[in-house]
Design a protein around this ligand. Structure first.
Ligand SMILES: Cc1cc2nc3c(=O)[nH]c(=O)nc-3n(C[C@H](O)[C@H](O)[C@H](O)COP(=O)(O)OP(=O)(O)OC[C@H]3O[C@@H](n4cnc5c(N)ncnc54)[C@H](O)[C@@H]3O)c2cc1C
Length: 67
C-alpha cells in the first residue's frame, strides 16, 4: 500500500503547489513537469488497481478476487 500511497501523495502535493501558482504554475516553471513525473510513477511499475488486486488476492485468495 505504501507503493500506492507515496506516488498518490506526491501527486496531490504537487497538484496543490501548481494550483497555488495559478496560470504560472500551469504553463511555466518546473511544477507542470513534476506533475507529469509523478503521474508516470502512478502508471509505471503497476497501477493502483493492479497493486490492490495483487494485495487482495494475497489476503482473500485468488479464487475470491477475479481479474
Ligand atoms: C513513466 C513510465 C515508465 C515505465 N517504465 C517501464 C519500464 O522500465 N519497464 C517496463 O517494462 N515497463 C515500463 N512502463 C510501462 C508500465 O509497466 C505499464 O504502462 C503499466 O504496467 C501499465 O500497463 P498499460 O500502460 O498497458 O496499462 P493497462 O494495463 O492497459 O491499464 C490501463 C488502465 O486499466 C486498468 N486495469 C488494467 N487491468 C486491470 C484489471 N485487471 N483490473 C482493474 N483495472 C485494470 C489499469 O489500472 C489502468 O488504469 C513504464 C510506464 C511509464 C508510464
Amino acid at each position: 500500500m505504501a507503493k500506492w500511497w507515496g506516488p498518490k501523495l506526491a501527486y496531490d502535493v504537487i497538484h496543490q503547489c501548481l494550483l497555488c501558482f495559478g496560470h504560472g504554475g500551469y504553463d511555466r516553471g518546473p511544477m507542470e513537469q513534476r506533475l507529469r513525473d509523478v503521474l508516470g510513477i502512478q502508471i509505471g511499475d503497476g497501477t493502483a488497481q493492479i497493486m490492490k488486486t495483487i494485495i487482495a488476492r494475497v489476503r482473500a485468495g485468488r479464487k475470491n478476487v477475479p481479474a
